[in-house]
Design a protein around this ligand. Structure first.
Ligand code: FNR
Length: 362
C-alpha cells in the first residue's frame, strides 16, 4: 500500500487485537461455524492474479464511479458493521466523519450503536454532500421496518440496503465460546429505541426473519429510496431481484458470519454479474484488503467494493484519524494498481485480466 500507515493487511487486525477486550475483538473478527467462509473471502482473492496491460499511454487517471446517480471518488464504500462504539468511544460518528472526509460512502446499519440521524449528521459535518445509506434487516413486524425506514429517510439517507442473507442468526463460534451476547451497559442498538411495541425509551431486539419477495415488495412500497439487496450469491436470485425492480445488489456472504459453507464473495461475483448483465450496479464485499483485490473485483464485474473489518480495525486503533488514513491508503493503493494494470478508469479493468494462480499440470 502507498499510505504511510500501510502495511501487510494482517497488521491492522493484530494492532486492534491489542486494543480491544478479547471478546470484543472476537466479535468483530469472527465468523460462523469453522470460519471457512471467513477465511475463504480473503484466500479466494489470493488465488487470483492480475494480467496487467502495457503500453496503454495516458498520464491522467480518474477513479470515479457512478452509483445510483452519484459520482463516488473511488469504487469503494464502507459496509455496514454493528456496534462501532465497542471499537472506539466515538463509534459510528468517527467512522462517519472519516468516510465523509475522504468522500467514501458509508452504509450505516440498524445494528449501529448510534442512531442513524446522528450518524448522518456527523457525516455532514465533514461533508454536507456525504453519501450515507441505511441498512435494514427486514423485521417480522412491518410497522417496525416502516418506522426504521422513515427514520433513515428523515436522516437524509439516499438508499435503503436490505440484508437478505440472515433468515436466522449464524452460529458465531467465538461468541459462544466467550459467552458474548450482550452489549456492555451504556451501549445499545440505538436505532431500535422507541419503536412500536416497546416501552418508551426501551430498545427492541433486532429480529432475524425468513422474509420473502413479497416482504421486499412491501418495503419497496414504503419508500422512494433506491433499494439495494445485500447478501446475494446465487445468479438466479440476482436475476429475480433485477426483474422485481431492485436498484443495486451487493454480492456478499456477510463477511463469513452467516452460512459457513457459503462461497467466497469474489467466487460468486462473476456469475451474478453475468446474470445482471449491466442492468443495475453490482457491488460486492468480503475479504477486500488491498488495491489489487478491488481491481480483481472490478474486473470480474463489480462497480464498487465494500470493506467491513478493515474499518473496524482502523477505528479501534486510530479512531476517526485511523479510519480516514485506512480508507485513503486503500484508495491510493487502488489508484496505483489501476495505473500498473494500464488502466485509466475503473471500467478499463476487464475479466480477461484475471487469472488463477498456479501452473496447470501437464
Ligand atoms: C458485519 N456485517 C453486517 N452486515 C449487515 O448487513 N448488517 C450488519 O449489522 C452487519 N454487522 C456486522 C458486524 C461485524 C462485526 C462484521 C465483521 C460484519 C457484514 C458486513 O456488512 C460485510 O458484509 C462484511 O464485513 C464484509 O467482509 P469484510 O470486509 O469484513 O471481510
Amino acid at each position: 500500500m502507498t499510505g504511510s500507515h500501510a502495511g501487510p493487511p494482517h497488521e491492522p487486525a493484530a494492532a486492534a487485537r491489542e486494543r480491544l477486550g478479547p471478546e470484543h475483538y472476537d466479535y468483530f473478527a469472527g465468523g460462523a461455524g469453522e470460519e471457512t467462509a471467513l477465511r475463504e473471502n480473503e484466500e479466494a482473492f489470493g488465488r487470483l492474479a492480475l494480467l496487467p496491460r502495457v503500453l496503454r499511454g495516458g498520464t491522467v487517471r480518474d477513479t470515479r464511479v457512478s452509483v445510483l446517480g452519484r459520482d463516488w471518488p473511488a469504487p469503494l464504500f464502507v459496509s455496514p458493521t454493528a456496534f462501532h462504539r465497542l471499537a472506539h468511544p466515538d463509534g459510528e460518528r468517527a467512522t462517519a466523519r472519516a468516510a465523509a472526509a475522504t468522500g467514501i460512502p458509508l452504509v450505516t446499519g440498524v445494528a449501529a450503536t448510534t442512531a442513524v440521524a446522528d450518524v448522518a449528521a456527523a457525516a455532514r459535518e465533514a461533508d454536507p454532500e456525504a453519501v450515507v445509506w441505511f441498512q435494514l434487516y427486514p423485521q417480522p413486524e412491518h410497522e417496525v421496518s416502516a418506522e426504521l425506514v422513515l427514520r433513515a429517510e428523515r436522516a437524509g439517507c439516499s438508499a435503503l440496503v436490505v440484508t437478505v442473507d440472515s433468515p436466522v442468526f449464524g452460529t458465531r463460534t467465538r461468541d459462544l465460546r466467550n459467552g458474548f451476547h450482550d452489549l456492555p451497559p451504556g451501549l445499545a442498538a440505538e436505532n431500535m429505541r422507541d419503536l412500536p411495541g416497546a416501552a418508551p425509551g426501551a430498545t427492541r431486539d433486532i429480529a432475524m426473519c425468513p422474509a420473502g419477495w413479497d416482504d421486499l415488495a412491501r418495503l419497496r412500497e414504503l419508500t422512494d429510496l433506491p433499494l439495494v439487496l445485500k447478501g446475494v450469491l446465487h445468479p438466479e436470485d440476482a436475476r429475480i431481484a433485477v426483474e422485481r425492480g431492485v436498484d443495486a445488489l451487493i454480492v456478499s456472504n456477510h463477511g463469513g458470519r452467516q452460512l459457513d459453507a457459503a462461497a467466497a464473495s469474489v467466487e460468486a461475483l462473476p456469475a451474478v454479474a453475468e446474470a445482471v448483465a449491466g442492468r443495475v450496479p453490482v457491488l460486492m464485499d468480503g475479504g477486500v484488503r488491498r488495491g489489487g483485490d478491488i481491481a480483481v473485483a472490478l474486473a470480474l464485474g463489480a462497480r464498487a467494493v465494500g470493506v467491513g473489518r478493515p474499518v473496524l480495525w482502523a477505528l479501534a486503533t486510530g479512531g476517526e484519524d485511523g479510519v480516514r488514513e485506512a480508507l485513503t491508503a486503500l484508495r491510493e493503493d487502488f489508484d496505483q494498481v489501476l495505473a500498473l494494470c494500464g488502466g485509466h478508469r475503473p471500467r478499463d479493468l476487464t475479466a480477461d485480466q484475471v487469472t488463477p494462480r498456479g501452473l496447470p499440470y501437464r
